[in-house]
Design a binder for this molecule. Sequence first.
Ligand SMILES: [Cu+2]
Length: 170
Amino acid sequence: MTRLFTEFYQNIFYPILPNVLRLIRQFTFLCLLLCLVFALQSQAIAADFTDNLLKQPPREITISLGNSANELKFEPDHLEFVPGKRYLLHLNNPSQLKHYFTAKDFADSIWTQKVEAGKVEVKGAIHELELKPGAEAQWFFVPIKPGKYSLNCSIAGHTAAGMTGEIAIQ
Ligand SMILES: [Cu+2]
């Protein structure tokens, strides 16, 4: 039995060992090369995707926080978005009261390009916006994660009074 093994190693395994090792090396090299090509390509695709997305004219939607009669509600109180499209959400507060647009889970499910308010442009993630009476803001974003998210105004008493809404990404 031991002899059989020895013969196997000496006559079969050892002679082809260099070839096997060379094959493994070549295969590894090929894999690394493919990985590199794939990584570069997906990076290019991602850059292209972002570029095209930012050139896409945004779909515009308006939401009012409260109204001129000072009712505690969002108008409309239901918003719908499609993932992967660029949006411009116009927010305004036509009331005499301060209001919040609070939708943290929604904010986590979108990619915010920027929020413009007055002469200020804020880039990066936004979780909550406060609008003083008469204020306006423009929120540019791309919905990412489908789901149903709740919206409310976090000023004391406003949520309880019905200042809530629903946002769907689907
Ligand atoms: Cu409010």
